[in-house]
Write a protein of this length. Structure first.
Lengths: 66, 431
């Protein structure tokens, strides 16, 4: 593309079908700690597992996702 | 929904529902913001590219179909904030914990037996989760080091199959060589409190006799961080006193600390140190200044609030749920009482159980579940909702008297930080 450079792909869809595993860290936003937000966090699932979910979504022509 | 903005000559658009981020040229940026039908030839060309992104699910994405079964799944407890000490050896002017006792009038430390009960409580309620967190907090937790040591030992012994992550937040006063060695060995993360420049720190972080704490703490923090391999943050609080807080960040960086966090104080309206909306332009400018300082190829330090993981961050459900206070995260007092988080300790109507009784109030937990996904009206149409997770419920209560009403000042600062963080990612990823 001439006018647009994609910096980050659409990652939120990966987790829509199956929900979260609940293994990620707490993200306390209280200022007396370190005001962690969800943006500061990493997913605890291995990247390979996340990529596999994404691939299966892409492969599904009948995906209900937007 | 999209969020398009310009920072330091770069044009960035975030596709809110998908998490996609694009860098645009001026024509594409103008095409997004110009009235339809009035495009120049170049803008029209750019618009075609933007429409192609939409086709690919990378722009103007509608909210996806969420699995409500997944969203509403049972969320067992996974993190405890242990108030091992309701006492403190500093008298900081902005302390929400009322200098350690949380307004309870009772100063003291958590007996090891209560800490054991708290670990049992966590294990009983954690379901099948592997990663569990215990955060040693206070007051000043090093005033209860024996309890800290006992808790770590007990947790590891009783549940070797769990992955406990221990964090300790300290004012540093009681650090000595033996304690530093212990903390560096056992704590996954250490949070070391210091507000920045000596005069800024000493105006508010003082010993009970009024003396400032900077001179005593600095060599101790250096010793901790020089020998530490695990995570740490030197963290401070900024207030009305130091709206030029970037000078404090840079001061901490100049001392050699590589992980730095500086937080806006959350104080009741009218408090002399409270930040107000009139301060927003200056504070936004400060974050931009810091952003510019960090955009070089190898920044010498990491500023916590600019850390963002665009490609491997948490799932949508976690993003909507936020901190999980009162649901999967709770605080325990030295007496064993359970509260939704450390900020609610001592507040009327928020005691939700006891580790001695094994109780956990579903009624209070349900109030916190209402924060999830749409519970907070102000969040429904906010572009940053998947990055902040709804903000701090306690800050909403402090500032607006309602956990469902976010602290607007905090929201505006968070949004500026996210813009800076996404900008820095864009710079570092696209050159």
């Amino acid at each position: 593309m001439k006018h647009v450079k994609t910096v980050n792909r659409a990652v939120f869809k990966e987790s829509l079908p199956n929900g979260g595993c609940g293994e990620c860290r707490a993200s306390c936003q209280s200022a007396c700690k370190t005001s962690c937000t969800v943006a500061n966090q990493k997913c605890e699932r291995p990247q390979a597992a996340v990529s596999a979910v994404l691939a299966s979504i892409k492969a599904s022509a009948a995906s209900p996702l937007a | 929904m999209i969020h398009a903005y310009e920072l330091f000559g770069r044009y960035i658009v975030l596709d809110v529902e998908s998490g996609a981020v694009h860098e645009l040229d001026r024509a594409a940026f103008d095409a997004l913001t110009a009235p339809p039908g009035r495009y120049t030839e170049e803008q029209a060309e750019a618009w075609q590219e933007l429409m192609a992104l939409k086709e690919d699910g990378l722009l103007f994405t509608e909210p996806g179909q969420r699995s409500f079964e997944a969203r509403d799944a049972d969320l067992p407890l996974k993190a405890l904030c242990l108030h091992v000490s309701h006492d403190c050896n500093l008298r900081c002017a902005y302390c929400f914990a009322k200098t350690g006792d949380f307004g309870t009038g009772k100063r003291g430390v958590m007996p090891p037996g209560i800490a054991e009960k708290a670990v049992d409580y966590l294990l009983e309620k954690c379901g099948g989760r592997t990663n569990l967190e215990i955060d040693f907090f206070g007051g000043e937790p090093l005033m209860a080091l024996e309890t800290v040591r006992h808790t770590v030992e007990y947790a590891k012994e009783i549940a070797p199959d769990k992955n406990f992550r221990f964090t300790l937040t300290t004012n540093g006063v009681l650090l000595d060589d033996e304690t530093i060695e212990y903390l560096n060995s056992e704590m996954d993360n250490l949070v070391l409190s210091l507000d920045g420049r000596a005069d800024v720190n000493d105006a508010l972080r003082r010993f009970p006799d009024g003396e400032g704490s900077y001179g005593a703490l600095l060599p101790l923090y250096k010793k901790v961080t020089e020998t530490r391999t695990g995570d740490y943050y030197v963290r401070g609080t900024y207030t009305k006193n130091n709206l030029d807080f970037v000078n404090d960040v840079m001061h901490l960086a100049s001392l050699g600390f590589s992980n730095i966090s500086l937080e806006p104080a959350v104080l009741p309206p009218g408090h002399p140190l409270a930040l107000t909306e009139d301060d927003l332009p200056a504070l936004r400018a400060e974050y931009e200044t810091l952003c510019k300082l960090l955009q070089g190829p190898v920044p010498s330090f990491s500023f916590f609030h600019f850390n963002i993981d665009l490609s491997h961050g948490p799932c949508v459900y976690k993003r909507l749920r936020g901190c999980g206070a009162g649901i999967e995260y709770a605080a325990v007092t030295p007496e064993g009482d359970v509260y939704p988080c450390h900020q609610f300790v001592g507040r009327d109507g928020y005691r939700m159980g006891s580790v001695l009784e094994g109780s956990f109030s579903p009624g209070i937990s349900a109030r916190f579940r209402a924060l999830d996904d749409g519970g907070r009206e102000a969040c429904r149409n906010c572009w940053a909702r998947y990055f902040c997770g709804g903000g701090c419920a306690a800050a909403g209560l402090t500032v607006n008297g309602d956990i469902l009403k976010p602290d607007r000042l905090g929201c505006e600062l968070a949004k500026k930080r996210f813009e800076c963080a996404i900008y820095l990612k864009t710079v570092h990823m696209s050159g």
